[in-house]
Design a binder for this molecule. Structure first.
Ligand code: GLC
Ligand code: MG
Length: 531
């Protein structure tokens, strides 16, 4: 086995900084709060922490509207706080991954202020400005991902600017070499401070069609979908030239050694895998969100894993994600019993797992009353708000679950007195214990991070509800058998050798040994070793 990089064997944990830990009582999480909780992350057993944006920002999209790529917003702290966070993380062998948002800045960024000042301004071409169409309307039919048109008319200069998201988030012109140079310098600013990698926001959006052609109508559009889906995003994103940009970013990172480049990409598998780039010079990890969109059924998930494994280019390293700050919580989507199966799947499939904060304590969607709604998308398009998955982390059986001494910026769950880290950490049956044991199993059995993957074929009577696979490396084999159903199941294991349960998501099953058939409880998942 060749030497593996830390981002291949390790586990990534996403922190949404507004919601992790508040240190100053303003109800919003901050960098000092994260530093305070690093011991928890080390105890949990993750290897890297990815922090969503904390740059200076008017917070129109809660930090995904950046006004300065090389600073810290006062609400989150200072650059000194950041340096201390990195120092303390590295002391605990935790890597630090930043969220970089290069597709668009805030309207408040000095670059955009200059760009909109006049048509002649030297930075005019740093953003995407176009003449109105002949009828005075927008230059093409592109829509904003957050509802409404993607073009906003600027009266004083008589042109439209393009924004894939809010009007407060103008898209930068990545065809302009000066933009690239400035952005690569911003990457170097953080790399020099010891950052171990970046998650690049909407990386497949960076380059738009050179002729800005209209997007074709999506014939499969259904009214419950967000308005953006009325058109197929053929010309507004996923353009071939983006791969050159990604390769350039990658080489900037490599100036600093083994740093990771993760790309946020919502595309079907066959497009997603092209983001590894020609000769694997693209993203190290094009985020694989397929588990989020696939039906939660054993046969669908098995088909997905096989399709993804088969589509990966030679040498490309896989990765898996169950949720993030833009998607409904896994526990809300599939329920608490299956959330435990999801944890086992995430941490035993081949590839780098990314956990979303709070999923390890089984956080559910939190009901948000209209007056509590904060997400701009939800306010533009009711029903699409992302607040329910961004609520505060729950630490203790204290007021506000120990998240803040003030008023939390979003509400916490009604069951926070029992659903918090302190209440679950010593409970052998808790989901938190399960997550922690899975990560320790990964450390003890390298086969789980670097072994090969193979589906185990089960009889047709169980394969609809049970998904089984094996991980093999040298002379070690582990088998993972997951019951996606709520019925007890008898599994005939091919091979006939004896087995012993290394880990089960049900209590009292670890260490159980047998020969041949294995009976799974409802919603049970097991990792078994040969005997
Ligand atoms: C990404 C982020 C999302 C943000 C959007 C615009 O999808 O994950 O939270 O709103 O980009 O920056
Ligand atoms: Mg605070």
């Amino acid at each position: 086995m060749s030497q593996m990089a830390w981002w291949q064997t390790g586990t990534v944990y996403q922190v949404y900084p507004r919601s992790f830990q508040d240190s100053d009582g303003d109800g919003v999480g901050d960098l000092r709060g994260i530093t305070r909780r690093l011991d928890y992350l080390a105890w949990l057993g993750v290897d890297a922490v990815w922090i969503s944006p904390f740059y200076p920002s008017p917070m129109a999209d809660f930090g995904y509207d950046v006004a300065d790529y090389c600073g810290v917003d006062p609400i989150f702290g200072t650059l000194d706080d950041f340096d201390e966070l990195v120092r303390q993380a590295h002391q605990r062998n935790l890597k630090v991954i930043l969220d970089f948002v290069p597709n668009h800045s805030s309207v408040a960024h000095p670059w955009f202020v200059e760009s909109r000042a006049s048509r002649e301004n030297a930075r005019r071409d740093w953003y995407i400005w176009r003449e109105p169409a002949s009828d005075g309307g927008p230059p093409n039919n592109w829509l904003s991902n957050f509802g409404g048109p993607a073009w906003t008319f600027d009266e004083p200069t008589g042109q439209y600017y393009y924004h894939a998201f809010l009007p407060d988030q103008p898209d930068l012109n990545w065809r302009n070499p000066a933009v690239r140079t400035a952005m690569y310098d911003a990457l170097r600013f953080w790399l020099a401070r010891g950052v171990d990698g970046f998650r690049i926001d909407v990386i497949w959006h960076l380059i738009k069609d050179d002729r800005l052609r209209d997007n074709p109508v999506n014939e499969a559009y259904e009214p419950h979908q967000a308005a953006i889906n009325r058109f197929e995003q053929v010309y507004s994103c996923d353009r071939p030239e983006v791969l050159d940009v990604i390769a350039e970013m990658r080489s900037v990172l490599r100036e600093y050694g083994e740093r990771v480049l993760i790309g946020e990409i919502y595309l079907p598998i066959e497009r997603l895998v092209t983001y590894y780039g020609p000769d694997l010079r693209g993203a190290d990890l094009p985020f694989n969100f397929q588990l989020i969109s696939t039906d939660w059924r054993a046969d669908s998930v098995r088909a997905l894993v096989e399709e993804y494994e088969a589509a990966l280019p030679d040498g490309a390293w896989p990765n898996w994600v169950l949720g993030n700050h833009d998607q409904p919580r896994i526990a809300a989507r599939i329920g608490p019993a299956q959330a435990r199966i999801a944890a086992m799947l995430l941490l035993t499939l081949r590839g780098t797992p990314t956990l979303y904060y709070g999923d390890e304590i089984g956080l559910d969607a939190v009901a948000i009353a209209p007056h509590q709604a904060r997400d701009p998308w939800g306010r533009n398009e009711p029903g699409h708000g992302r607040d329910p998955e961004r609520t505060p982390m729950q630490w203790e059986t204290a007021p506000n679950a120990g998240f803040t001494s003030g008023m939390p910026w979003l509400p916490i769950t009604t069951d926070h007195k029992v659903r918090n880290v302190d209440a679950l950490r010593d409970d052998a049956a808790s989901i938190l214990t399960l997550y922690r044991r899975l990560m320790s199993l990964r450390r003890d059995h390298a086969v789980l991070s670097s072994g090969s993957y193979r589906t185990i074929t089960l009889s047709s009577s169980v394969s609809e509800e049970v998904f089984a696979y094996e991980r093999v490396q040298a002379d070690e084999r582990l088998r993972i058998i997951l019951n996606f159903g709520s019925r007890e199941r008898q599994i005939e294991l091919p091979g006939g050798r004896g087995w012993s349960i290394l880990l089960s998501n049900q209590t009292g099953r670890t260490g159980v040994k047998g020969e041949g058939a294995l009976t799974l409880d409802p919603d049970e998942g097991v990792v078994i070793a040969d005997r």
